[in-house]
Write a new protein. Structure first.
Length: 430
């Protein structure tokens, strides 16, 4: 039993002792998302916390005081104890924050904004740190970027189809209707829309009867990834609006129930699913890159080189893509299948959901770079075919992308092109 006189000390001790996160901090947009999601969970009214605490979280958002939250150290059950403790530290005037572009002590940022540290009352320390907001925030950011990339991947794939004189028959609606997956149907429809009017695409029998799977099966593969993303979106939306701490308080405080809503298994499984789905976008993209650069698989200049033999062209860009997709295969190993007991074996099954969300985010960054490489190669291919023959949609996309990555007229440091293209893709709004 805790003596009444020790209740405030207990809350302070919980925050300090549980702030055991290590490693690089979460990106600031993830820290902001954690602030918002924690406030939203507390606003459900089941946590036993004063409005002043919620208001302080919102003040941090509005004044752009972002807690420095190390990424590693959460088991994803008993909630994200370590990350959320680091989120809570600035409320009591401790820890570090990102403030106006600098990483500083929280008490300094509070003083600049004329905010006083808050002394936590009974239950408030536990209410702040027991929940799934680290994995959910990281998951939401990763999902939003993955959704954007999935759309971009179809545009880039369309340009690759033009660069390889791809066959459009495989995208006709009848094929996809008889299978019945809505996401597959919609992917095929978007490809047809992007390539409407193109003089670089072909019909079956014009040059060959059918294309390789990495072209022909774009709707089936990308569509399946969209199915997974739809599942992930549904789970994130539920979790974002859940009461996830423990214990929970009902009937105006008359009923207090200890349960397990902090357990991150729903998000852990969703993140593992998203890892695989997004990694597949890069897997099939890398195979299209190979078809663009391999002279045995096309009639383009070997490795899209301006002077084959003397200059390597896009040869090593394909190596880079292959390395990234291989790394993704390691990151895509499901974190949720692991569990290590903790808290003297009381917490004997944990989700590892935060690890899953972090790896999902890493995979998204790798996928973007693979797609950037496909974009660069596809632009070189259509340049050889004739830009004037492109579909109007892909031609406009090509012209925008050329402002970022110029023609390959001779070998140069292509790392710079890949990173510029990836940054541009991350900023695109579709």
């Amino acid at each position: 039993m805790i003596d009444d006189s020790d209740v405030k000390d207990l809350q302070l001790n919980l925050i300090r002792s549980h702030a055991c996160g290590v490693g690089e901090p979460f990106p600031e947009n993830v820290s902001r998302a954690m602030l918002l999601l924690r406030a939203n969970a507390l606003l459900k009214g089941y946590s036993g916390i004063r409005p002043a605490i919620v208001n302080r979280l919102l003040e941090f958002l509005n004044k752009e005081i972002h807690p420095v939250i190390p990424q590693q150290g959460s088991l994803g059950a008993s909630g994200d104890l370590a990350p959320l403790s680091h989120l809570a530290l600035p409320i009591i005037g401790e820890g570090e924050v990102f403030y106006k572009g600098k990483r500083i002590q929280a008490n300094e940022a509070l003083a600049n904004e004329r905010l006083e540290p808050i002394t936590l009352e009974a239950k408030e320390g536990l209410a702040l740190i027991n929940g799934t907001q680290a994995m959910t925030a990281m998951g939401v950011i990763a999902y939003l970027e993955a959704e954007q990339l999935a759309r971009i991947s179809e545009i880039i794939a369309s340009m690759t189809i033009e660069g390889l004189n791809g066959i459009m028959d495989a995208f006709e609606e009848e094929i996809h209707l008889v299978r019945g997956y809505q996401q597959q149907i919609e992917t095929a429809r978007r490809i047809r829309t992007y390539l409407k009017g193109s003089k670089l695409t072909t019909k079956q029998g014009d040059l060959r009867v059918q294309d390789a799977y990495s072209l022909r099966c774009i709707p089936q593969v990308h569509g399946a990834s969209w199915q997974a993303l739809d599942y992930v979106k549904e789970k994130l939306e539920i979790e974002m609006n859940s009461a996830t701490d423990n214990p929970l308080i009902f009937n105006g405080g008359d009923k207090v129930i200890s349960g397990g809503n902090f357990h991150g298994q729903p998000i852990a499984l969703a993140m593992d699913f998203m890892k695989i789905a997004v990694a597949e976008l890069a897997n099939i993209s890398e195979r299209r890159i190979e078809r663009l650069v391999n002279p045995q698989l096309n009639d383009l200049p070997p490795f899209l080189s301006p002077k084959p033999g003397l200059q390597s062209g896009a040869m090593i860009m394909q190596y880079c893509a292959a390395s990234l997709v291989s790394e993704n295969k390691t990151l895509a190993h499901p974190a949720s299948v692991d569990s290590i007991p903790s808290s003297a074996n009381q917490e004997d099954h944990v989700s590892m959901g935060t690890i899953a969300a972090r790896h999902a985010y890493q995979i998204v960054q790798n996928v973007r770079r693979v797609l950037a490489i496909e974009l660069i190669c596809a632009m070189e291919a259509v340049k050889h075919r004739g830009i004037e023959k492109m579909a109007e949609f892909t031609k406009q996309f090509y012209q925008q992308a050329r402002q970022i990555v110029p023609d390959i007229e001779k070998d140069r440091i292509f790392s710079n092109d890949i990173e510029r293209a990836a940054k541009w893709l991350s900023e695109l709004t579709l």
